[in-house]
Design a protein around this ligand. Structure first.
Ligand code: ADP
Ligand code: MG
Length: 329
């Protein structure tokens, strides 16, 4: 879908109220009854119907007729719109450029602030998978009636934001976090190629040990990346140094499966270097040794810091459950 930030400035106050009313109603309804939208918006009945029609034409909401009642649901377009509007109201986002990535679970755009400085906007898209599997396991949902794509995508963005901030503050090579709203995060643009696209490096051995050191440094700070692969490692165009991205699946070293996740990250790099650069080393980190020398080597536990920042275990479990369902599908 094409994003249009200029359009952001041309929505009327009433249209915005109605769109927000649909979003609010979505917290308890998969399809928000039109009468509820009228109620929440506090506008006249006829006016709301007309506005809903024009919002639907712009794909910000979608009309759904079901057996019990007629109503609307917020579309990804509408949710994107609300998030970008929030960012643009805060003056962190001004214009939207080209899409540079379509991940399994996100869309990535190059965007700019009012001065024309390039940034990256990542929109999380957890709803690309069916939620039927998760809905059957409602335990983590508490009072919520449905595991909505909106809720899960926002959770993923909040998690990624929490980790990016903490890692950046502690000097890890990650993008600079700029802002977060709903299911979106705004971060510094990294002028780099994904490792996947790099066919030649001056010294594979040196890059290999830099990456292994990074895995160890993460672990010593209490964290495991969990998806440390050639797509999530960017190689800076000027220095050739790696920058790590994509954190929604990060786990703590106290996670029950920590050792498995740690080994998977390590093996992923070993395997890739063997295949791509014909580089193999007997030296690679083991979880047990990082633990022995770790637990405070860095003087802090970032997993604890993240939890204290408001990203709770419960949210973590909800995201993991989504992931497990995806894998099993
Ligand atoms: P996904 O969760 O969908 O895998 P990623 O965060 O890994 O999303 O981003 C997908 C792709 O977008 C990356 O492989 C990279 O090419 C590009 N990308 C993501 N963030 C940045 C950034 N900050 N600067 C430059 N390119 C980026
Ligand atoms: Mg990725």
């Amino acid at each position: 879908m094409k994003l249009d930030a200029t359009d952001l400035r041309y929505i009327t106050g009433d249209e915005f109220r109605v769109l927000t009313a649909v979003e609010m109603g979505s917290k308890n309804h998969e399809v928000v009854p039109t009468v509820l939208i009228v109620q929440i918006s506090g506008l006249r009945n006829g006016g709301v119907n007309k506005i809903l029609g024009s919002l639907a034409k712009r794909n910000l909401v979608a009309r759904v007729q079901n057996s019990r009642y007629d109503g609307y649901r917020l579309t990804y377009g509408g949710y994107d719109y609300l998030a970008m509007r929030a960012l643009s109201k805060r003056d962190t986002l001004y214009s939207v450029g080209n899409q540079i990535g379509v991940g399994k679970e996100s869309d990535i755009y190059v965007v700019a602030d009012a001065e024309g400085n390039e940034m990256v906007l990542k929109l999380h898209r957890l709803g690309r998978v069916s939620f039927r599997a998760i809905k059957e396991k409602r335990d983590y949902m508490g009072k919520r009636k449905s595991a909505s794509w909106m809720y899960m995508s926002r959770l993923a963005a909040q998690k990624e934001w929490a980790f990016m901030k903490v890692l950046h503050e502690h000097g890890f090579p990650v993008p600079r976090p700029i802002d977060q709203a709903r299911h979106c995060i705004l971060m510094g643009f990294i002028d780099a190629y994904p490792l996947r696209q790099v066919s030649d490096v001056p010294s594979p051995g040196k890059l290999y040990s830099t990456l292994m050191d990074l895995i160890v440094r993460f672990a010593q700070a209490g964290l495991i990346h969990g998806d440390f692969n050639e797509f999530n490692i960017l190689i800076l165009r000027d220095s050739g140094e790696p920058v790590v991205i994509d954190f929604p699946q990060m786990v703590s070293t106290s996670h029950v499966n920590a050792e498995m996740y740690f080994n998977r990250d390590v093996q992923c790099i070993r395997k890739y270097f063997r295949k791509r650069f014909r580089y193999e080393s007997k030296i690679y980190p083991r979880f047990s040794t990082t633990k022995k020398s770790g637990e405070g080597d860095e003087g802090y536990r970032l997993d604890v810091v993240v939890e204290a920042s408001g990203f709770k275990k419960r949210d973590q479990e909800a995201l993991e459950q989504v992931r497990r369902c995806r894998v099993n599908m």
